[in-house]
Design a protein around this ligand. Sequence first.
Ligand SMILES: Cc1cc2nc3c(=O)[nH]c(=O)nc-3n(C[C@H](O)[C@H](O)[C@H](O)COP(=O)(O)OP(=O)(O)OC[C@H]3O[C@@H](n4cnc5c(N)ncnc54)[C@H](O)[C@@H]3O)c2cc1C
Length: 434
Amino acid sequence: MRRRADAIIIGAGVIGAAVAFELAKRGYKTLNVDKLPAAGYGPTSNSCSIVRAHYSSWDGVAMAYEGFAYWKDWPNYLDFEDERGFAKYMDCGTVLFKSKTGHHEKVLEHYRELEVEFEDWDSETLAERVPYYDVHAFWPPRRPDDDAFWQKAEEELPGAIYTPGSGYVNDPQLASHNLERAAEVKGGEFLFNREIVAIRRNGRVQGVTLENGEEIDAPVVVNVAGPHSFVINRMAGVEKGMKIGTRALRHEVHIVPAPDDVDYEHEGFHTSDGDQGIYFRPESGNNILVGSEDPECDPQVWVEEPDKFDRNVTKEQWEAQVYRVARRIPGVRIPNQPRGIVDLYDVSDDWIPIYDRSDLDGFYMAVGTSGNQFKNAPVVGHLMAELIDACEKGQDHDTDPVQVKVPYGGFTLDAGFYSRNREINPNSSFSVNG
Ligand SMILES: Cc1cc2nc3c(=O)[nH]c(=O)nc-3n(C[C@H](O)[C@H](O)[C@H](O)COP(=O)(O)OP(=O)(O)OC[C@H]3O[C@@H](n4cnc5c(N)ncnc54)[C@H](O)[C@@H]3O)c2cc1C
């Protein structure tokens, strides 16, 4: 029998699964199709899953702050029991250094407006609260092959912004599984190990075709294909009609042991060190997980074919990130063998996602997540479901953007902020900080 659904969702990463749950709650018969064997097996599984609110725009801060509430309320939000248990929210707090990037200044304005809980630390408080940090300013970010990297720093950082409610999710793949199961309880279905090779259309979207030739019909198709988003948009013939595009960017994350005398796993903070162009957070086994905040000196490796990229950690990037973290936490011992993971970000032209409809009626997208939208997955699920439902009921989102009331914070998000047809947002950090 020919398969059909009310909405086909391409991808079962954390956002694809969240869109399914929220649509299924609204009565849509959803079908997620993923070419991998289980939910969250793609880039989601390699996510650092950091949950923090320091974005450059009001909209970015608002969405992420709303996300805190979902993660804190996770089992209750999902409203069922998962046989594998629930992903845990580790609210270790975030230390955002005041650096010459000026990022903290933009952030503070929005924190005040949105009443995000924070503490403004001066340099003495920073040194007191995190005594194992070297609080010197090393600006600008450099790589260890630059002689200036090794020069003695004279100045100190002016302080930091501490956000107590933020942290990270301990198991991003399990979080996706939780969402899959929650969607299934509401009638959603998931089809794994199946690749979509065509989007069928005839004036509006008709459905998809799989690599085995099977055709599945649906009046709604949602592109949540992560770094393959541009491939899917091309298949649907909508890419050329968009002002903002998406591309796949290779990203390395490394793991180093914390110093023996620091219980970083249980007492450490997630830290955004714009002064050196890195972020790091606690990882189980008293380790430190460290990634790049994309400073100019770090090379960007754009990937044309998202199924073909080098998954091996490179010595150069390992040294850059690990030496930087060892400069900030002087007790860190550098292991002989590099350890880490490599995966792809789906980056938009201004590092702000596209959550939108398309020029093809019935075809929607939640793409361009730019290495920073794991935290927002449940909020995006809610926003996309409201947007799809409103458009399917006749609202012209392009001229009359859908306004989405959020359940926890009670404020309203303007879904038009994430339009595919916006101008490049000049306030963006143009980095993983969004
Ligand atoms: C290394 C790394 C670190 C990150 N750290 C953070 C962080 O600390 N905090 C944060 O908030 N965000 C972070 N992110 C970003 C975050 O993980 C992503 O924004 C999020 O996981 C995206 O989820 P998704 O559901 O959109 O897509 P993905 O997880 O990319 O899933 C897309 C799915 O689509 C499937 N697919 C693609 N094409 C097809 C096709 N043709 N047919 C069938 N299936 C298809 C793929 O198999 C895949 O499973 C990080 C990302 C990476 C890579």
